[in-house]
Design a protein around this ligand. Structure first.
Ligand code: MN
Length: 440
């Protein structure tokens, strides 16, 4: 597991003033990665690291000669238009780059003059999906979400018996994963209307979001060689925000017996910034399992998991309707939750995914599943907040919502905060639902 080191010291300050302001997502203790270029330009996308309201350009840094050894090699790998090569290098390289950047960005660093002219303001940047995502697997790690949704889909049998024994997942679609700012048409597919005996082809009327974290895989494993639980985090590059948009009426008709299909694969949205596990080290918590529940099989259990397998990350969901935008109303918070409530850890997802010999590759994405907390107010999807569409939520504009309407923008934000540690933010992921395409 990741140990605390010099880079986590909460007293560290940067020569860049915006990195030191209270509430900043990207202080010198964070240093998350993205791929970016200047907005509206035809520049090549390349890797960057957030500091305050600026971006350190890894392509420029690699050329500058400022770094040496493993840190220089990591910056060189991160200079490409996707982060796969950097992800493939593994923890020692990421750590060396993090330490070198931390030193170069500190107050009174001799590197200030060389670095500051090359910074790109985040407000002047556009971002791309950080990796070529070869494969994407979505999990279902919140027992609260699984129980709430299970009650709606199967009132007599909400939580299936396998849930407490293995991290449930399905193989999703990588081609439709987009970067924050994505907008997409309301999907059309087969829906079985309530009380009907035959399905219709129609736009979804029950559009939802899913509040998730994305897990980017670093070094992969060879086909046939499982990753052991206590090695699993060596294969994780970092975490981002992830919106797994879902069409509940399409899902309800199609999902048995093989799981979600067109209800999920029309769009999913990632945040630009990927926060490394090393940056999250101060926010580790014991992973626990209620005594009355089945305890994990040995391949999903360890002392390290029990002592620090969970991560305390506060998650928030906001909505802004087209009418709210027109009226100048800001985003309205729908709920808050926390990743520490997950029933299965990041390491358990990786260990279970590979226990049969399945090979993960650098840049693969795992979704955590919707992160609902123990109370209904902490639900991470509208299907839970509106109790299956039976209870409307009221927005500041006076509009009501059970599911999403055309023009709705959904924004997730996340951050870690506790006394004695620097705030570690994730930025945001946002996306907008557009009207359905005309049916022929
Ligand atoms: Mn999902």
């Amino acid at each position: 597991m990741t140990l605390l080191n010099d880079t986590h010291n909460p007293a560290l300050k940067s020569w860049l003033a915006s990195a030191n302001s209270a509430g900043c997502d990207f202080p010198i203790q964070n240093l998350p990665f993205a791929v970016f270029r200047r907005k509206g330009s035809s520049e090549a996308f390349r890797g960057g690291v957030a500091i305050g309201d600026q971006i350190v350009d890894l392509a420029a840094l690699a050329k500058s000669g400022l770094l040496t050894g493993e840190a220089a090699a990591a910056a060189q790998a991160g200079a490409q238009d996707k982060l796969n090569a950097l992800m493939a290098l593994g923890t020692p390289a990421w750590s060396a780059l993090r330490l070198a950047l931390s030193r170069a960005l500190r107050e009174e660093s001799a590197a200030q003059a060389a670095l500051q002219d090359g910074l790109v303001p985040q407000a002047e940047a556009e971002f791309d999906v950080p990796a070529r995502i070869g494969d994407y697997t979505d999990f279902y790690t919140s027992v609260h979400h699984a129980t709430n949704v299970g009650k709606l889909f199967r009132p007599d049998n909400p939580l299936l018996p396998n849930y407490k024994w293995l991290p449930i997942g399905y193989h999703g679609r990588a081609s439709s994963i987009g970067i924050s700012g994505q907008s997409f048409a309301r999907p059309v597919s087969q829906i079985m209307p309530p009380g009907a005996t035959e399905p219709v082809l129609a736009p979804s009327r029950r559009m939802d979001y899913e509040l998730e974290l994305g897990v980017f895989i670093g070094p992969g494993n060879a086909l046939g060689e499982p990753i052991a639980l206590d090695q699993a985090e060596q294969h994780v590059f970092g975490l981002c925000l992830f919106n797994d948009w879902s069409a509940r009426d399409i899902q309800g008709w199609e999902y048995q017996p093989l799981g979600p299909f067109l209800s999920k694969n029309f769009a999913s949205t990632v945040s630009p910034w990927v926060v490394t596990l090393e940056a999250l080290a101060p926010y580790r918590q014991p992973w626990t399992r209620p005594q009355a529940d089945p305890q994990p099989l040995p391949y999903l259990d360890s002392a390290a998991l029990r002592s620090e397998g969970a991560i305390d990350i506060e998650l928030e969901v906001f909505i802004q309707s087209a009418a709210m935008r027109a009226q100048g109303l800001g985003e309205h918070r729908l709920s808050r939750s926390n990743f520490k409530h997950a029933y299965w850890s990041v390491s358990q997802m990786v260990a279970h995914h590979t226990v049969n010999g399945c090979n993960l590759m650098p840049g693969d994405l795992l979704g955590s599943g919707t992160q609902s907390g123990p109370t209904l107010e902490e639900a991470g999807a509208l299907i839970e907040l509106s109790v299956g569409g039976s209870r409307a939520l009221t927005l500041p504009s006076g509009e009501t919502r059970t599911f999403l309407e055309d023009g709705d923008t959904v924004v997730f934000r996340a951050a870690c905060e506790q006394p004695g540690a620097a705030r570690i933010g994730f930025g945001e992921v946002r996306g907008t639902l557009l009207p359905a395409r005309a049916l022929n």
